[in-house]
Design a protein around this ligand. Structure first.
Ligand code: ARG
Length: 217
């Protein structure tokens, strides 16, 4: 084998493909997780005891079990019912279900952080509960929720590496392919670490920028 063939640069397509998969999984999961998180947070904050209980149970269970186990459970569990469930779909489902539980808590604490005095003031001005939420609580809560959602995005870029265990071709999985092909353990990992860091660092700087803009409005 020529040494030229062993240089990491000649495996750039693997890394490129891995980045693509990692970003797809992260973006789709953060969107689904956000929608799920809103639903769960409303269920948890609401007065319906059954819905409240279900939301609490879901959130606690998801946060109390490892993402790796959840990913494998969805892949083999749903895979047993629906034959040939693509690993990518299983990965996205599992990461989304996981993210929803964390996002629910972000939204709940964002809403609960708005002082009760705000609600009381709005209600005493004659606003309905719906109006109070819509015009007083939510606009203020969003300021707290938005940065935390950005953090969730960053978390998922890193944590989505776990889907490599079911063979989804994300960045971590591609790294392992390059390791096998080159018989090199460290170099592919070093490259991958730098890639993950560039992704999360860029995103975090970008989010800070928008956050700064929001504050000046
Ligand atoms: N490492 C965590 C676990 O194994 C996953 C955390 C996922 N976090 C999140 N914000 N979605 O359970």
């Amino acid at each position: 084998q020529s040494s030229k063939h062993n240089t990491m640069a000649s495996y750039w397509t693997y890394f490129a493909k891995g980045i693509e998969y990692t970003l797809i999984i992260t973006v789709v999961s953060v969107l689904i997780g956000f929608v799920l998180g809103i639903i769960l947070a409303l269920m948890r904050l609401g007065h319906n005891k059954l819905l409240h209980g279900l939301a609490v149970a879901y959130i606690e269970f998801i946060r109390g079990t490892p993402l790796m186990v959840q990913v494998m459970f969805v892949y083999f569990g749903i895979g047993a019912v629906i034959q040939s469930l693509p690993a990518l779909a299983a990965g996205i489902i599992a990461v989304s279900l996981n993210s929803g539980a964390y996002v629910a808590e972000v939204i709940r604490s964002g809403i609960e952080s708005i002082a009760i005095g705000q609600t009381e003031a709005a209600r005493s001005l004659g606003m309905s509960q719906k109006q109070t939420y819509q015009y007083v609580v939510i606009p203020q809560a969003i300021k707290n929720i938005w940065p935390a959602l950005g953090n969730e995005f960053i978390t998922l870029i890193k944590e989505s590496s776990i889907v490599s265990v079911i063979g989804v071709g994300d960045l971590m999985y591609q790294t392992q392919l390059v390791q096998s092909a080159t018989y090199k353990g460290v170099a592919p990992l070093a490259i991958t670490m730098v890639i993950y860091f560039v992704l999360t660092f860029t995103l975090s700087k970008g989010l800070n920028y928008f956050e700064g803009k929001m504050k000046h409005e």
